[in-house]
Design a binder for this molecule. Structure first.
Ligand code: PGA
Length: 255
């Protein structure tokens, strides 16, 4: 089986101003210098600080992601940020279909798929988020919801999708303090990998990274990362503090 490089993403959501970012990076980059395991670490600030974070993380192994992008290259879309602009700025990663975008900002599957297409056209690495709501889990619809959210991937070729990362984030676990158990996460991750194998290709399924997100903390990161199909973590609240995020990465890599 191919070895998938562990991936840790800090999703800062609508938090941190310039001063906070400066102090986070100051501490975190020193810690990263001493790392011995190989992995990828991506930081996702709000859009207004992307350029600043890119400059602060120059000459480090840290990467930068946008939390969202628009679905068109340019045009009359007030308030949107095009993937062309992200690329122009030097941003290589973009989170798409995060549950807060889907449920608070009412982005449906078709809009998320339009954004995915636009991001792939600019060669950005999408972190494509899927996940069921509590009532959907209770009604035993988890797999059908995930399957529906994944459908749009079928319209791309395997080579177009080559950089794609998938994040499984059960909506009921995000920001609630209640993480999915490692077994619950593994069950859905294995389902996603099987779907990728059947619908894209077995090679793609074997190499694609599937992250877990939802109330990840240092004390559950090892147990989650030990699971065969959990290749990394997408961390919200616990990524805001550099010591807490570095501890999540450290414990995750010790798995
Ligand atoms: P949380 O958020 O870690 O605060 O639950 C995760 C996410 O929304 O990506």
């Amino acid at each position: 089986m191919e070895k998938r490089t562990p991936l840790f993403i800090a999703n800062w959501k609508m938090n941190k101003t310039s001063k906070d970012i400066l102090s986070f990076v100051g501490v975190f980059k020193e810690w990263v210098k001493g790392m011995t395991h190989s992995c990828e670490i991506v930081l996702a600030p709000t859009a207004v600080y992307l350029a600043e974070l890119i400059s602060l993380t120059q000459h480090t192994s840290l990467k930068v992601a946008a939390q969202n992008c628009g679905g068109s290259k340019s045009g009359a879309f007030t308030g949107e940020i095009s993937p062309v602009m992200l690329k122009d700025l030097g941003v290589a990663w973009v989170i798409l279909g995060h549950s807060e975008r889907r449920h608070i900002f009412k982005e449906d599957d078709s809009l998320v798929n339009v954004k995915l297409k636009a991001a792939l056209e600019e060669d950005l690495t999408p972190v494509f988020c899927v996940g069921e709501k509590l009532e959907e889990r209770k009604a035993k619809n988890t797999f059908s919801v995930i399957e529906r959210q994944l459908q749009g991937l079928k319209s791309f070729s395997e080579s177009q999708l080559s950089s794609l990362v998938i994040a499984y984030e059960p909506v009921w676990a995000i920001g609630t303090g209640e993480n999915a158990s490692p077994e619950q996460a593994q069950e859905v991750h294995a389902f996603i990998r099987k779907w990728l194998s059947n619908n894209i290709s077995p090679t793609f399924a074997n190499s694609a990274r599937i992250l877990y997100g939802g109330s990840v903390k240092a004390d559950n990161s090892t147990a989650l990362m030990v699971m065969a199909d959990v290749d990394g973590l997408l961390v919200g609240g616990a990524s805001l503090d550099p010591l807490s995020f570095s501890e999540i990465v450290r414990q995750g890599l010790n798995s």
